[in-house]
Design a protein around this ligand. Structure first.
Ligand SMILES: Cc1cc2nc3c(=O)[nH]c(=O)nc-3n(C[C@H](O)[C@H](O)[C@H](O)COP(=O)(O)OP(=O)(O)OC[C@H]3O[C@@H](n4cnc5c(N)ncnc54)[C@H](O)[C@@H]3O)c2cc1C
Length: 417
């Protein structure tokens, strides 16, 4: 068999697949829709590119493909990714386990990948949007508006429609459907969330250390803690991103989705109530809102301290109600109803794509030998922290090496990197 490989999509996973295959004797052509490859890569990590994470395991991934992710990561680990990048000249930087290029420039990651592709004679054809993949007599026809290419193997690495980056597309699903391969719809993940409550104009522009716990039909589903951004449409920031794929999934299934925000996650309700009482003793007769000054950002002191009465340490026993405990609860269990996600253009990734059941452990399509999927086109979505690029590197590597030598690919790992 000849080793003509077409990689559709010149993003993170496609470039890794192309380099790996070319290094191992493949004749590789990358067809890229944009005028230049790697546009989304340039946008990663706010232009700094969080390449991978030192704490890698399948538990950081969702999408019901944990066995597949384990197999793929055992073939190409985070350490393999770091060694690969260092091997092509990229000095790396560890920020609490989140790994970046030392220069913190995504553009340099892309530049080195393109130099490596050039070194192994990968042909990159830009402005080529693939419109169809047709299996024919054990080979493939790959059509663009201008041309029809032929190949022995094809890797679909077209990513997902997430982000406003030009070229982002859901084409993997269109190709798969045309080939009678099951798909899971792309849904935004790592995305801000919109809320129903009429509170956003009061808190917009606030950043606060908080935890976000997501409930679907009142059942606890996921939570995360960190800097939450309170926006004019809802909530954002990394903790919101981390739980957002569950919210998108719940909403798409018509479930009631809510989030409980804990604006003082490091303190118990009782301790917070005690603290408020001490504050009342410190400033008897102060407006209630002042008790919160020094504890919460301004807009939240106004939100939670909106009572008009003045307080004393005896306030708590007034009318038999424990005002301090009530306020502490309000601060620690502020519940909002999730109306939906922000637009897919604001998402960093998507859940959905080609499910694990359709793929072998080498990412080859079970129904169509010779056809592979890599990167976000596969129904695997990772948390924030370099996990999605690591999936792109690992899945790109496995698809790139397996398409040339399907049965022995993983055994050859040591010789081929
Ligand atoms: C703003 C932002 C920040 C991010 N930051 C990080 C981060 O710091 N760390 C991290 O791990 N992940 C991050 N991600 C996620 C990460 O960028 C993606 O998971 C990763 O790029 C996916 O790689 P891929 O190869 O599957 O897809 P892509 O990198 O999107 O590549 C797909 C390529 O296919 C091309 N294409 C699409 N359709 C066609 C077609 N029909 N024909 C030809 N070409 C086509 C596209 O133009 C694109 O170049 C971020 C994403 C965004 C949007």
């Amino acid at each position: 068999m000849d080793n003509q490989l077409i990689v559709i999509g010149g993003g993170a996973s496609g470039l890794m697949a192309a380099i790996t295959a070319a290094k191992n004797g493949g004749k590789v052509t990358v067809l890229e829709h944009n005028e230049k490859p790697g546009r989304k890569l340039l946008a990663t990590g706010n232009g700094k590119c969080n390449l991978t994470n030192l704490d890698l395991s399948a538990s950081h991934y969702r999408g019901g493909a944990s066995r597949l992710t384990e197999r793929i990561f055992s073939a190409f680990t985070n350490m393999d990714a770091i060694a690969f990048f260092q091997g092509i000249g990229l000095k790396t930087l560890d920020r609490n386990g989140w790994v970046y290029p030392y220069t913190e420039q995504a553009s340099q990651v892309l530049r080195l990948l393109l130099l490596e592709a050039e070194k192994y004679r990968v042909k990159i054809k830009s402005r080529e949007r693939v419109t169809a993949v047709i299996p024919r007599d054990g080979r493939f026809l790959v059509s663009t508006p201008a041309w029809t290419y032929e190949a022995d193997h094809v890797i679909i690495a077209t990513g997902s429609p997430a982000s406003a980056v030009r070229g982002a597309s859901g084409d993997a699903i269109q190709f798969a459907r045309a080939l009678h391969i099951e798909t899971v719809p792309f849904l935004p993940a790592l995305v801000p969330l919109r809320i129903r409550e009429d509170v956003t104009n009061r808190w917009a522009g606030t950043r606060v250390h908080a935890s976000v716990s997501l409930y679907i039909d009142a059942a606890f589903t996921a939570s995360d803690t960190g800097e939450v951004q309170l926006t004019d449409f809802g909530i954002s920031g990394i903790p919101v991103f981390q739980v957002s794929r569950y919210a998108a999934d719940g909403i798409s299934r018509g479930r009631k989705v809510s989030a409980v925000l804990d604006f003082m996650p490091d303190v118990s309700e009782e301790d917070l109530a005690d603290d408020l009482k001490k504050r009342a003793a410190l400033r008897p007769g102060s407006p209630f809102q002042e008790l919160l000054t020094g504890l919460l950002p301004d807009k939240l002191t106004a939100l939670f301290g909106g009572r008009t009465d003045h307080v004393s340490e005896n306030t708590s026993s007034r009318n038999g109600r424990d005002y301090f405990l009530e306020t502490a609860r309000h601060i620690k269990r502020y519940t909002v109803t999730i109306a939906g996600t922000a637009s897919i253009k604001q998402a960093q990734i998507c859940s959905g794509g080609i499910p694990a059941e359709e793929l072998t452990d080498h990412l080859e399509c079970r129904k169509i030998p010779g056809l592979y999927f890599a990167g976000e086109a596969v129904d695997v979505d990772g948390e924030c922290g370099g996990y999605n690029l690591q999936w792109a590197w690992s899945s790109g590597y496995v698809a790139g090496i397996s398409c040339l030598t399907p049965s022995t690919a993983h055994d050859q790992k040591g010789d081929t990197k």
